[in-house]
Design a protein. Structure first.
Length: 114
């Protein structure tokens, strides 16, 4: 499975961006991690195959929304009320339960200016 992420960019604090990640095949869990300069990669959000169950890191709850369109094999991360501390490279990932594999996409840079 290959993952192609897009949607990053430069935005002012308080603004919004939507990240997309398209998978080349079927996946189960899909989600996002991020890595800020000089910091370790951290989990941001994930959703199950149905999109019904979601999980978020506390710092983005109420601001970010993860969703997926299985017809397009795509997961989205709607990011609102962005803060400078959200600046990072965002990586999408997907887990395939059948083969136990975790797949990663290339990162997309999100920069939030103050």
């Amino acid at each position: 499975v290959q993952l192609q992420a897009s949607g990053g960019g430069l935005v002012q604090a308080g603004g919004s961006l939507r990240l997309s990640c398209a998978a080349s095949g079927s996946t189960d869990v899909m989600g996002w991690f991020r890595q800020a300069p000089g910091k370790e990669r951290e989990f941001v959000a994930a959703t199950d195959r149905s999109g019904k169950y979601t999980l978020y890191i506390d710092s983005v709850k109420g601001r970010f929304t993860i969703s997926r369109d299985n017809a397009k094999s795509t997961v989205y991360l709607q990011m609102n009320s962005l803060k400078p501390e959200d600046t990072a490279v965002y990586y999408c990932y997907a887990i395939h339960y059948y083969n136990g594999m975790t797949y990663w996409g290339k990162g997309t840079l999100v920069t939030v200016s103050s």
